[in-house]
Design a protein around this ligand. Sequence first.
Ligand SMILES: [Mn+2]
Length: 305
Amino acid sequence: MTQRIKDLLGALQNAGGCIAITGHDAADVDSVAACVLARRLLCALGVPCRIALSGADKQSRRVMERFGEDVDAMIGRTEAGDALLLVDHHQTLRPGRVIAVIDHHPTDYPPACPFLLIEERGACTATVLDLMREAGVPVFAQDEKLAVTALYLDTIALRSTKITKQEAAWGEREAKRLGLDEDWLRREGMRLRDMTLPARELALLGRKVYDFGGMRVLSTYVQTDAMTDARLEEIMNVLRAELIAEGAALWVYLVHNPMAMRSTQYDLLPDGSVVKTEYDCLVSRGKDVMPRVEKMMRKAGNGHG
Ligand SMILES: [Mn+2]
């Protein structure tokens, strides 16, 4: 048992009661898979726990079904008195006390909690898999497949700046070794959206809510190689209305084009204006974009709590 397993166990035992394990809002495959493996880890450590996701995206339902996991059964409420283990995120607006964080989204503003582990990895599930090994929990091919699948799907099929060359090479090797269907992994990872979907649907994909120094920031994104000016304008109009309805200070909308390996960032402000930033790579929202936005918002908000 490694020191970080001892620390994690200590924090969870101190909190007492049944630990609620949760992923981020509209949980994606990495969030759900990290919850599934974290539950295995905690059970093996003798810590009572349950998974309590606030919701999950369609892809996670589709993908987890292949692994025999029922995502709907993982949806649950949390109460103010609950002890929370956050995986795949480190900030939550849900009721409960954050006891432990296992995440892969870097931040200059880590939360104060008894156990904090933020590793720069392509997928949070890979970190949880490591923790299982460190704790001496039996790891099966199914667990490794889950981690590699999460890696492909969380990094736009190993193309995002979130993943190092070494880790991408490892993911590819592991996919082969484990006999995973690489074409399927790439397709799911690139997840090109049908651009004939309603603008509202395209506008609200991958929705996350952040609290940056008391300021509410929302973010959504789409993966497509077929964005048009007309569709983008429709999407922006949806987001302008949503931003006001949410009382948000900023909405960050990302358009990832995995075919051209480019991302474009649109920062929408409450006055309706849009600031556009183009990248010549596939940026990671968690690693590149939101840490910068957080810094900017906290500076702007200085003195206002
Ligand atoms: Mn993730």
